[in-house]
Structures are given as structure tokens and as C-alpha cells.
Ligand binder design. Structure first.
Ligand code: FAD
Length: 348
């Protein structure tokens, strides 16, 4: 029986454990997570899946995005049927607002690279008709990507944890891996130290987000703060079409009637309340009715950004150690593709 240990129970580690648990092989899978509940970057994420409408045209970055967007619908179906609970998500697509003709031209160019996907380019009257709540004189058009989604990251990860337990994965909540124990020649790993005890493993996947560098010197991760808001609009109008709206790097994410998430800041160093205010101001500038909303809450988290490496880091760093970390701003989006890649690396 092959013993595989995954360190980190955020969206990335949990999806890897889930994808491995679906393999019809004799596996003993353990997922180690320091916390009892979901914390880390996953807890703070907005869960916007900017896949088909990302500006990546080709190569690894595009392949991973496309693979994730292709996998998400079936992953959700599987999880909902295993756990018996729905996972809140918004599959009405993503609308990117454009403020210059140059930006619009970039989208027109991108459309050529998305032959097998739908990307609609809207002029201002079309945008006003589809999304009447968006009013801003500087907008020159918009791009609509129906295949990009938003999913609740906490509920998704909770569903993954539940499915893992049902599928016989050893989910070790509240158990921190303090060290990865290498072989004498330092070419492979023998196991991990947990609660001062050695546990033998045949394979280890490090998916510990900003905690990854404590377990290996093969990656450096810089935490990048993101702050976001929950807004409530008392007199919101019912809409049949309520996609995620994105402009100037700010997302407006409808949750349910009158409930919106807005974010997020991108801050290197200390978090700054003014940065969050600027995000709110920007959202109100596109969607003026939000000026009447009350702030129900705000939160922040630390995105794992790899230093001097491209995000995400999905690499074999010793015979039986795989790094799956540093997903920076796209960990929710890229978790399914990361999991498939890790699976293929272990079972080549
Ligand atoms: C405000 C904000 C908004 C965001 N919005 C989006 C978005 O819209 N779309 C998107 O795709 N991404 C978004 N992100 C980014 C996303 O949150 C991250 O890329 C993603 O959550 C990374 O997942 P992870 O599992 O690698 O890391 P984490 O969620 O941080 O999980 C790592 C886990 O490892 C555990 N751990 C660490 N060390 C150890 C150890 N030694 N032993 C055991 N366990 C350990 C930690 O406790 C943690 O639970 C956002 C992030 C922020 C902060």
C-alpha cells in the first residue's frame, strides 16, 4: 500500500487529497492540517474563477486555467452527491468592465485565442441592458465570459473535507507537520514528524501555503495581504442576471439578494484601511447603488506568493516530494488543475 501524505488542508491540499482518493489503487492517504477549521488564504478568498477570461493566452498558465474550468462542474457534482449538500456558487459568469479602447482591443485580441470558448464583447448600450446597475461614464465596453464562475471557498473546502472522510482519507485536523524527514542521501523523504512522532510515508505533497518554506528550502513564499468586504443593500432589486462584475481589479460578487462581497486589496507589507476604502470607492464608482449599502463585515487574508518563481509552484523537488504551493491570487481557480497535475506526477 502506497502511503501518501499531504501537508495543508486548504483548498489546494484538500483538492489534491480528493483527486488522489478517486484513484482505483491501494493508497493510504493522510491529509495533515494544523487548524481544526478552515483558516489560511482559503478562508479569506472570494472564490472568483477568472479562467477563460484571464489574459493568459497560451502555455502553462493558460492550460492550468482551462483545465480547472473544465473540471469544476464535474467536481461540484461529485462533491454534492457524496456529501448530500449543495455548495454555494454563482455560475452566471463574469463581466469585465473596460475603461479604454486599448483595453477593449486587448480583449478583442484575446477572443482569437479562445476559439472553443464563448467571450462576448458588449458595447455600452448592451452592458446597460444586461447589467443596468452598472453606471459609469468612463466605461467604453465590457467582456462577458459565461464559463467563469464564483464559488464559496470555505464551503467548497468543507465539502472536500467531508468527502475525504467519507472516502476513507485520514483527515488529521489540528495536526501540524513540524518537519519533513529526509533519507541519509537527502534525495528522498522517509516521512514526517507530527506531534513529536515520526510517521513513515512513501510520498509527500507540500501544499501548506505560506507555511511551505518551513518544511522545505526549495521555495520561498511571500504573504500578500488581501482585504475584502461584505455589503448589504436593503432595497436591492431582484435580478435574473447577476454575474460577478470586475473592473480595475475590483470584484463585485453577488451572494444573494442584497448581499455582496467586494474585494480585494493587494498589499505588500502591512494592511492599510485606506486600501480597503479605495476598493469600496471603486466598486461604488461602477455600481452607484452600492453607496446605499451598509458594511456588514470585512476580513483579510494572506495570499501565498512565490518569490522568484512563477505562481503556482507545482514541482517535484526530490524523488518522492512534490510542492503544490504558491498559488498567490488564483488558488481557488487552480486547485482542480493542480490536483490533476500532482496525480499525474505521482502516477506517471
Ligand atoms: C482576500 C483574498 C481574496 C482572494 N480571492 C481569490 C479569488 O477570487 N480566486 C482565487 O482563485 N483565489 C483567491 N485568493 C487566493 C487564494 O485564497 C489562495 O491562492 C488559496 O487559498 C491558496 O490555497 P492553499 O490551499 O495553497 O493555501 P491555504 O488556504 O493557506 O492553506 C494552507 C493550509 O496549510 C496549513 N498548514 C501550513 N503549514 C502546515 C503544517 N506544517 N502542517 C499542517 N498544516 C499546515 C495551513 O493551516 C493552511 O490551512 C484570494 C486570497 C485572498 C487573501
Amino acid at each position: 500500500m502506497l502511503r501518501i501524505g499531504i501537508v495543508g488542508g486548504g483548498v489546494v491540499g484538500a483538492t489534491i487529497a480528493y483527486e488522489l482518493s478517486a484513484i482505483n489503487k491501494d493508497l493510504n492517504i493522510t491529509l495533515y492540517e494544523t487548524n481544526q477549521a478552515i483558516e489560511g488564504a482559503t478562508w479569506a478568498a472570494l472564490g472568483v474563477l477568472v479562467g477563460i477570461s484571464s489574459q493568459k493566452k497560451s502555455g502553462r498558465a493558460w492550460q492550468l486555467r482551462q483545465e480547472s474550468i473544465l473540471r469544476y462542474p464535474s467536481l461540484l457534482n461529485e462533491l454534492e452527491s457524496i456529501t448530500g449538500s449543495p455548495i454555494p456558487h454563482n455560475c452566471q459568469g463574469l463581466v469585465h468592465l473596460c475603461f479604454t479602447n486599448e483595453a477593449l482591443a486587448k480583449w478583442q485580441d484575446l477572443k482569437k485565442y479562445r476559439e472553443n470558448w464563448t467571450l462576448e464583447i458588449w458595447n455600452v448600450p448592451e452592458l446597460s441592458q444586461r447589467c443596468p446597475e452598472i453606471v459609469n461614464k468612463d466605461i467604453v465596453g465590457a467582456i462577458y465570459s459565461p464559463s467563469d464562475w464564483q464559488i464559496n471557498p470555505i464551503e467548497l473546502t468543507q465539502a472536500l473535507w467531508k468527502a475525504l472522510t467519507i472516502k476513507g482519507v485520514d483527515l488529521r485536523l489540528g495536526q501540524k507537520v513540524s518537519q519533513v524527514i529526509m533519507s541519509q542521501d537527502a534525495q528522498s523523504c522517509r516521512g514526517v514528524m507530527v506531534n513529536n512522532e515520526f510517521e513513515a510515508l512513501d510520498y509527500i505533497v507540500i501544499a501548506a501555503g505560506i507555511g511551505s518554506p518551513k518544511l522545505t528550502n526549495k521555495v520561498q513564499i511571500e504573504p500578500v495581504i488581501g482585504q475584502a468586504l461584505h455589503l448589504r443593500l436593503q432595497k436591492d432589486k431582484h435580478k435574473d442576471f447577476y454575474p460577478v462584475i470586475t473592473g480595475k481589479d475590483v470584484h463585485i460578487i453577488p451572494q444573494s439578494l442584497g448581499e455582496y462581497w467586494v474585494g480585494a486589496t493587494v498589499e505588500f507589507g502591512q494592511s492599510d484601511p485606506q486600501a480597503l476604502q479605495s476598493v469600496l470607492d471603486c466598486a461604488i464608482a461602477f455600481c452607484p447603488t452600492l453607496s446605499q449599502a451598509s458594511i456588514v463585515g470585512s476580513w483579510q487574508g494572506e495570499r501565498p506568493r512565490p518569490v522568484e518563481m512563477s505562481a503556482p509552484v507545482i514541482e517535484q523537488v526530490a524523488t518522492n516530494i512534490i510542492l503544490a504551493t504558491g498559488h498567490y491570487r488564483n488558488g481557488v481557480l487552480l486547485a482542480p488543475a493542480t490536483a490533476l497535475k500532482v496525480k499525474n506526477m505521482i502516477f506517471k
